[in-house]
Design a binder for this molecule. Structure first.
Ligand code: AMO
Length: 433
């Protein structure tokens, strides 16, 4: 079997079989055209009445748009066809008929409502530009693997059904686990830290993370792919930032170089962020946002608007990707290490063009200090016994980060909504398909 990408000059005047979806049929009296679409593009099937059996002409005229067909025919060089060749058919087999009317168009340029698109996502993804996003997402994950394993990280898989949340109670999905209460994992946080006590001192994971997000925004969903890493024996959080800087740069550079075809389908360019990424402290970032007209107090979250404004300021200075470091300890989870003698913490966010992509920091590895931090955050250490015990028998200093894969892909491709990079998104209003 051949496809729209693999047919070449060597196939001219030879017989091929091509399979795909009927994108369009044009009947022009003396000649009929069927545009067959596959993963890579389209093949023009040209049927001149004079050369084709009447039964086949009738079959072409009758086949409905988006039906799946197999076509056998001879490849002919053609100056009129977009690809430089066309296929003159000898047989057409319908493998699956598409009903009419279609729930939404595939080639129409009219913009379709999000709900219609996501209710009929299988059809929406027949649009090449929507599928290209997933080719690029897949490539990004391959690049990520390549970089992390190259740096000596071991890929791990942590449980997604857990007994305690790590990222705050408000966004926990509760479920019944036999006769116990359990939760869907918000992140691999507790497990990746526990692994630091084992000797597997550089680990990473790509896996689903669940957040019961009540807010309906273009960057929050209930299920996303989290890329997490953790490394032990660090001297400071800078060691962690170096890994995140290296891997994000590798992804951007790899996509810019290797995904040219998919980027062309999307009509996008990828600009590789300059290295090293500039560093702002939280206090500096707050000052810049305040100077820009958004009034925030020390300790406040920068918020969506603040982040966006900061992104604009940084982009004006020529920086797309930048660090915001040393957030107030109060704003950060219990597992982040405090910067003693200050209200701040050894934490960072990685922001890209006004949106947070990742966050992380140095962890509190000292048992007593960790328990104290839990208590400060009104958490009951007893709920975390299984986690805390890993800190009682030799835990090296360590740190790590979590990065939202879809946020990265969507921003890298300058797309309007995180859902564009999720096959079947989950949010407060969507559980099917
Ligand atoms: P945090 O909660 O900041 O940190 O999440 C890390 C990254 O995950 C992505 N993200 C989301 N993406 C889509 N929808 C959501 N609802 C959503 N929530 C988070 C973001 C975010 O930057 N355990 C820490 C990380 C660490 O310290 O290692 C954590 O989960 O891109």
């Amino acid at each position: 079997m051949k496809n729209s990408k693999s047919i070449g000059n060597e196939d001219f005047d030879k017989e091929v079989v091509v399979k795909g979806w009927v994108q369009e049929v044009r009947l022009l009296g003396g000649i009929s055209f069927l545009i067959l679409r596959d993963r890579f593009g389209t093949v023009q099937i040209t049927a001149p009445k004079k050369k084709i059996a009447p039964e086949l002409m009738a079959q072409i005229a009758a086949v409905s748009r988006e039906s799946v067909v197999s076509i056998q025919g001879i490849v002919k060089q053609s100056n009129q066809a977009k690809a430089g060749y066309e296929v003159i058919p000898s047989t057409l087999t319908v493998l699956s008929i598409a009903q009419a009317p279609l729930p939404m168009g595939v080639i129409d340029k009219v913009s379709v409502e999000y709900d219609t698109r996501f209710n009929n996502r299988f059809m929406d993804l027949r649009k090449p530009e929507n599928r290209a996003i997933f080719e690029i997402k897949s490539l990004s994950l391959q690049l990520l693997d390549e970089y992390m394993t190259g740096q000596g990280f071991v890929e791990m898989f942590t449980p997604k059904i857990v007994a305690a949340g790590a990222e705050g109670g408000a966004s926990l999905f509760e479920l019944k686990y036999f006769d116990k209460k359990a939760y869907l994992a918000q992140s691999p946080q507790l497990y990746k830290q526990m692994v630091m006590s084992t000797g597997l001192d550089r680990v990473y994971e790509m896996g689903p993370a669940f957040r019961a997000e009540l807010s309906d925004t273009i960057r929050h969903v209930s299920e996303f792919i989290s890329f997490d890493a953790e490394l032990a024996f660090i001297d400071s959080q800078r060691d962690v930032m170096d890994v995140l800087e290296g891997v994000t740069h590798h992804i951007f550079a790899g996509v810019a170089e290797k995904a040219k075809d998919h980027l062309a389908v999307l009509g996008k360019d990828v600009k590789v962020p300059k290295l090293p990424y500039p560093v702002l402290t939280y206090s500096e970032a707050l000052q810049m946002v305040n100077d820009g007209g958004i009034k925030l107090n020390e300790g406040d979250d920068l918020g969506t608007e603040g982040e966006k404004l900061l992104g604009d300021i940084m982009m004006e200075k020529g920086y797309d990707m930048y660090w915001i470091m040393e957030y107030p300890e109060e704003a950060k989870p219990f597992y982040i290490m405090e910067k003693d003698g200050t209200p701040y913490s050894y934490s960072f966010d990685l922001d890209y063009r006004g949106q947070e992509m990742a966050s992380g920091g140095q962890r509190e590895h000292r048992y007593d200090r960790l328990v104290a931090r839990m208590e400060k955050k009104q958490l009951d250490p007893k709920d975390f016994n299984y986690y805390l015990s890993a800190f009682s028998y030799g835990m090296p200093p360590h740190g790590g980060f979590g990065l939202g894969i879809e946020r990265l892909v969507v921003k890298m491709l300058d797309l309007p909504n995180i859902r564009e990079a999720i096959l079947f998104p989950r949010d407060r209003n969507r559980l099917v398909p």
